[in-house]
Design a protein around this ligand. Structure first.
Ligand code: HEC
Length: 295
């Protein structure tokens, strides 16, 4: 190794290599300020790794002096939010619809909290804004005045709580049987006639249907009036759940009336009493009720 050589012009040590005979490279030391910052970052990094979870050792990782985890942070944030909202939820839980309407703050809280619950749990089937996914999809619009299981706040709360054909002990239950097929109660012709009659109740026609014969099927052979009412206005307090057939609002589509009668319909809405708190159910019911269709 070459001995230390000082460049006499700059007074700086050279690296000792020579190119082209006499071209020498200076070995300029790093500036002090740079070195200081460098060592500070090294010390900082070691401290940081000791304080926070860092090294993976086998299938475990070093937890760090602080035992910090992102998951615990989220739990804490959720707990804080719940604690902050608890008094409002408690107030909502004890309030009647009139109380909520008369209390601007409570009403705002219920609608906002309900909208959040709706957004997290309900939009997939009931659509953003609660107006159904699309007409005739079997997912009802919640903004019109057409209610299968009642549009009062208490009715809506109960429907959300127990669901429809959900298997819950108190489920909302009524069945639209299949009237067609080999074992069906009605012939294809009878079904066409009764479909024509049903459509005529809201001013529509169905080609090849005899409405008078259809009316007879509706009242006698089919016994449709047992659930849909003598005038087709839908379920009653005694037998709820059957749609109004006169309002031109079609849960399963206007073009699918023959199919609805032939194959039957039994749409399901899950029960929410295990997944939402009573106060959350009330909040989301207030939100749905406030969307314009509530009674
Ligand atoms: C035992 C009660 C019951 C009887 C009897 C009954 N229905 Fe229904 N019907 C229902 C229910 C409940 C629904 C809604 C099913 C759902 O929401 O999935 C329905 C749905 C319908 C629909 C679909 C309505 C829409 O908005 O898309 C039509 C059409 C219909 N019924 C016609 C008939 C006709 C015609 C008869 C007689 C042949 C009949 N129903 C007999 C209970 C009944």
């Amino acid at each position: 190794m070459a001995h230390k050589e000082i460049d006499h012009i700059t007074g700086t040590e050279t690296t000792g290599h020579a190119w082209d005979g006499d071209l020498k490279e200076l070995n300029t030391p790093l500036p002090k300020w740079w070195l200081t910052i460098f060592w500070i970052t090294v010390v900082w990094a070691i401290g940081y790794m000791a304080y926070y979870p860092s090294w993976v050792i086998g299938d475990k990782n070093y937890e760090g002096y602080s035992k910090w985890t992102a998951r615990a942070d989220v739990h804490k944030a959720l707990e804080d939010a719940q604690a902050r909202l608890a008094p409002s939820f408690a107030k909502l839980q004890g309030a009647s619809l009139a109380d909520i309407r008369n209390d601007a703050d409570l009403s705002r809280f219920a609608t906002k909290a309900g909208k959040a619950v709706f957004g997290d749990n309900c939009v997939a089937c009931n659509g953003t804004g609660a107006n159904g996914v699309f007409n005739g999809s079997g997912y009802p619009s919640l903004v019109d005045k057409d209610w299968l299981w009642g549009g009062k706040l208490e009715d809506i709360i109960e429907t959300i709580r127990v669901g429809i054909r959900s298997g819950h002990d108190d489920e909302r239950l009524n069945t639209m049987a299949a009237y067609g097929g080999e074992d069906g109660q009605l012939t294809a012709e009878q079904i066409r006639n009764v479909a024509g009659f049903v459509l005529s109740l809201s001013g529509s026609t169905l080609e090849g249907a005899d409405i008078n014969k259809g009316k007879a099927v509706y009242l006698d052979d089919g016994g449709c009036n047992a659930c849909h009412g003598d005038e087709g206005k839908g379920g009653t307090a005694d037998v709820p759940g059957a749609p109004n057939l006169t309002d031109s609002i079609w849960l399963f589509g206007k073009g699918n009336v023959v199919s609805s009668i032939t194959h039957g319909r039994n749409a399901v809405m899950p029960a929410w009493d295990k997944r939402l708190t009573p106060a959350q159910i009330k909040a989301v019911a207030v939100y749905v009720h406030s969307r314009g269709g509530g009674q």
